[in-house]
Design a protein around this ligand. Structure first.
Ligand code: ZN
Length: 368
């Protein structure tokens, strides 16, 4: 049996974001379509893994719902109550651009619980590493607000669960193309949780994820933001990883690594302007695996966040899953030409941005 876990659940697909037109809310000139964060692209990930014979080679994990106490490590009781009442009344807007339906609060609770399930397995006799195909996503969700399609911040809740399991230090690597503002808020002053985010500069949420946002008085330098310019591709992502993420995590020596795995930096993603390839995500995953093996006895839990191309995101996500499980890769049919597009190599202005991150963080120690 392959010792890599896979966690998914039918209820995740029942989270109903309604008949929005992409990110346009229903209105007089908005012809109904699907919300951009829809069931379809996530189901297509699981379908690709199934048809390629990957899922039977993984150890299936069954998520359990997070308890109120577990959710309240990150959110307030009033917020949880508000989401549950909204769902019970058939749904509505939980926050800006974040519609929910009848099953959404339950799905979000199960997604957070699924993240905990995978963390607990990593510290017990379950798989040390697991990919959780969660929905709704979580990294934008703040203490009392739903934003950016996120309801509960599953990765932050999972980090607390890891500490309950005995982890002294937890590293969260967020490669979703948007900034993990909710996770940053949750661990702003926590010296035992390192949060490293690579995202497109200034994309979402507005004003969030600047280099200078690097942790509060309780944990200066414990937040590392790498805001890459639009147009960044394979070379920029690998350079950011090799020069910032890997040395920071090496210095931090975590007992478990969590990945906010949003594959929305892909070439064809409609929600960003980056150019990543399947092999980009494969190589990022390989680096995190090395880090987990060096410091955390292999404990690594990847939690699905964004990824909005119904045709490319499945291949980008499969690259992560197959690398985690040491299985043969499923070629992305688009990579024949997308890898040849000019700009995939590290560009001088991208190199400068990485240097600026290093310069800001040198005084704090992890990147000294
Ligand atoms: Zn995203």
């Amino acid at each position: 049996m392959n010792r890599t876990g896979f966690l998914s659940h039918e209820l995740f697909y029942w989270h109903d974001t309604g008949r929005w037109a992409g990110v346009y809310m229903p209105g007089p000139t908005s012809q109904p379509l699907e919300h951009v964060e829809s069931e379809a692209s996530k189901r297509r990930i699981e379908s690709l893994l199934a048809v390629s014979g990957v899922i039977p080679q993984l150890q299936g994990l069954e998520p359990r719902p997070a308890t109120d106490d577990e959710l309240c490590r990150v959110h307030t009781p009033a917020y949880i109550d508000r989401l549950e009442k909204l769902a019970a009344n058939g749904g509505g807007e939980a926050g800006p651009g974040t519609p929910m339906g009848y099953h959404s609060a339950e799905a979000a609770r199960l997604a957070a619980g699924g993240a905990i399930t995978a963390v607990e397995a990593a510290f017990a006799d379950g798989p040390r590493r697991t990919y959780c195909l969660l929905r709704p996503p979580g990294h934008h969700a703040e203490r009392e607000s739903a934003i950016g399609f996120c309801l509960y911040n599953s990765v932050a809740i999972a980090a607390h669960a890891a500490k309950d399991q005995g982890a002294r230090r937890v590293a969260i690597i967020d490669w979703d193309v948007h900034h993990g503002n909710g996770t940053q808020q949750a661990f702003w002053d926590d010296p035992d949780t390192l949060f490293v985010s690579i995202h497109q500069d200034g994309l979402f949420p507005p004003g969030s994820g600047a280099i200078e946002q690097s942790g509060g008085d309780g944990a200066p330098g414990g937040i590392i933001n790498v805001p890459l310019p639009p147009g960044s591709g394979h070379g920029a992502y690998l350079a950011a990883f090799d020069r910032v993420v890997v040395p920071a995590v090496d210095a931090f020596e975590p007992d478990i690594i969590l990945i906010s795995a949003g594959q929305d930096g892909g070439f064809y993603d409609p929600m960003a302007r980056q150019m990543c390839l399947a092999e980009t995500y494969q190589q990022l995953t390989a680096r995190v695996l090395d880090l987990a093996n060096r410091h955390a006895e292999g404990r690594l839990v990847a939690l699905h966040e964004g990824g909005y191309s119904p045709f490319q995101t499945p291949f980008l996500t499969a690259a992560v899953v197959c690398e985690l499980a040491s299985l043969p890769h499923i070629p992305d049919p688009s990579s024949l030409w997308t890898r040849e597009v000019p700009g995939q190599e590290l560009q001088p202005h991208q190199d400068e941005r990485i240097e600026a991150v290093l310069a800001h963080h040198r005084p704090f120690g992890l990147l000294g």
